[in-house]
Design a binder for this molecule. Structure first.
Ligand code: GDD
Ligand code: MG
Length: 347
C-alpha cells in the first residue's frame, strides 16, 4: 500500500517554533515528528510515500536526504498551497489504482492501520475515515455515523461545543472516486471532497478506535505528546523519563524532572532546574537557570540564572542572564530580557 502524508501546513498555532521549521519537521523526542509518522507507516507495510508542500520546501529536502530506507519518498513541490484535498488529488498519478492511505502529518498515533485497511476492504468503501472520540469537537471535523459505521455527515470545525467522533486525520481512499476533481487546484478534503462524496451516496465509513491520538498543532499539545511518550502511553515507543538524547550534556549538578527531554547536542549547566519542558537539539540552558513548561527550539539559549516559564523559544532565540519570562513566545534569533528593547509576544 502507498500513502500520501500531508505536510504542507504553515503551522500557525505552533509559532514561533514553526517560523523556521515546518511542523512535521519539528523534533519529537529523538527525531523529527515526521520520522515517527513514516516509521508507523512502514510498520504497517507501507513502503512508498508521497509528500508535498510549498512551505519551507528546502528543509524537507534535507530531511529526505538524511532519512534512508523505508518507506521510499516521492517529493512534489506545490507552487502554491493546494490544501488538504488538492495535495491528495494532485498526487493521484503517483498512487496507481489501488486504495491508498492519506494522513495528516501532524498527528501522533499508534492507530492500527492494518485493521483500518481490512475494514475498508470488507465494507467495499469509497473512503474510510479514522475517528476519535472527543468532548469538544470544535477544533476538528465532526463525523457522525449510523449504527453500521457509515458516515452521515462531515462537519469541519463545528461552531458549537459538542462531544462526538471526530476526524482523526487518517483515511483509506479509493483513487477512482477522486479522479473527477481537478489536479493542481486548491481543495479541502474536509470541506469539499468528503461532503461531496457523502452527498453523492458513495460509501464512506468511519473507523472508530481508542488508539492513542494527539494533534501536535499547539505548544501545549506538542508538550503533551512528549509527556505521553515519556509515560509509555504511545504503543510501539519506549523512552526513559527524563530522556536525554545521545550527545546531550547535562551537568551533574543540574536537576531534571521526570517530564523533560534534552535533545541531541543540547547543554544544561550546573544548578539549572528543568521541569515539564523540551529542549531541541543544541539548545543551551546556562548555570542556575530555571525552565518550566517550555519549549526551547534548536540552538535557543537561556542565560545564567534566568527563569523561563510556559514559553516557546524559536530557533536560536535567547533570553538574557537573570531575566524572567512567563507565557511568552520568542521569535527565531531574537534576544529578550535584560536591557533588550525587543519584546516577546504573549503565548
Ligand atoms: N500538502 C499540503 N498542502 N498539506 C497541507 C496543506 C496544503 O496546502 N494545508 C494543510 N496541510 C496539512 C498540514 O500540514 C497538516 O498535516 C494537515 O494538512 C491538516 O492541516 P491542519 O492545519 O493541521 O488542520 P487541523 O488540525 O486544523 O484540522 C485537521 O486535522 C484534524 C485532526 O487533527 C482536519 O483534518 C480536521 O478534520 C481533523 O479533525
Ligand atoms: Mg492539525
Amino acid at each position: 500500500m502507498k500513502a500520501v502524508v500531508l505536510v504542507g501546513g504553515v503551522g500557525t498555532r505552533l509559532r514561533p517554533i514553526t517560523e523556521t521549521i515546518p511542523k512535521p519537521l519539528v523534533w519529537l523526542m529523538d527525531r523529527p515528528s515526521l520520522d515517527h509518522v513514516l516509521d508507523h507507516l512502514s510498520s504497517h507495510g507501507v513502503h512508498e510515500v508521497v509528500l508535498s508542500s510549498s512551505y519551507l520546501e528546502s528543509t524537507f529536502h534535507a530531511f529526505i536526504e538524511a532519512r534512508h530506507g523505508d518507506p521510499r519518498i516521492t517529493w512534489i513541490t506545490e507552487t502554491e498551497p493546494l490544501g488538504t484535498g488538492g495535495a491528495i488529488v494532485s498526487a493521484l498519478d503517483r498512487l496507481g489504482d489501488e486504495p491508498f492511505l492519506a494522513l495528516n502529518g501532524d498527528i501522533l498515533t499508534d492507530l492500527d492501520l492494518t485493521a483500518m485497511i481490512a475494514l475498508h476492504r470488507e465494507r467495499h468503501a469509497a473512503a474510510t475515515i479514522a475517528l476519535h472520540h472527543v468532548e469538544d469537537a470544535r477544533p476538528f471535523g465532526l463525523v457522525p455515523t449510523d449504527a453500521e459505521g457509515r458516515v452521515l455527515e462531515f462537519r469541519e470545525k463545528p461552531t458549537e461545543r459538542v462531544p462526538g467522533d471526530v476526524n482523526a486525520g487518517t483515511y483509506v481512499l479509493e483513487p477512482a472516486v477522486l479522479r473527477s476533481w481537478p489536479s493542481g487546484t486548491n481543495l479541502s478534503i474536509e470541506r469539499e471532497i468528503f461532503p461531496a462524496l457523502i452527498a453523492a451516496g458513495h460509501p464512506v465509513h468511519g473507523f472508530l478506535s481508542d488508539a492513542y491520538w494527539l494533534d501536535l498543532g499547539t505548544p501545549r499539545q506538542y508538550l503533551q505528546a512528549h509527556f505521553d511518550l515519556l509515560d509509555g502511553r504511545v504503543g510501539g515507543a519506549s523512552y526513559p523519563a527524563p530522556f536525554v538524547a545521545d550527545g546531550a550534556r547535562v551537568h551533574l549538578r543540574a536537576h531534571l524532572g521526570r517530564w523533560v527531554v534534552v535533545g541531541r547536542g543540547a547543554e544544561v549547566g550546573p544548578d539549572a532546574e528543568i521541569d515539564d519542558s523540551v529542549l531541541h537539539p543544541n539548545a543551551v540552558v546556562e548555570a542556575g537557570a530555571r525552565i518550566v513548561g517550555s519549549i526551547l527550539g534548536p540552538r535557543a539559549r537561556v542565560g545564567a540564572g534566568a527563569t523561563v516559564r510556559d514559553c516557546a523559544l524559536a530557533e536560536a532565540a535567547s533570553v538574557e542572564p537573570g531575566a524572567t519570562l512567563q507565557g511568552e513566545r520568542v521569535s527565531a534569533g531574537r534576544r529578550v530580557g535584560g536591557s533588550s528593547k525587543d519584546p516577546a509576544r504573549p503565548m
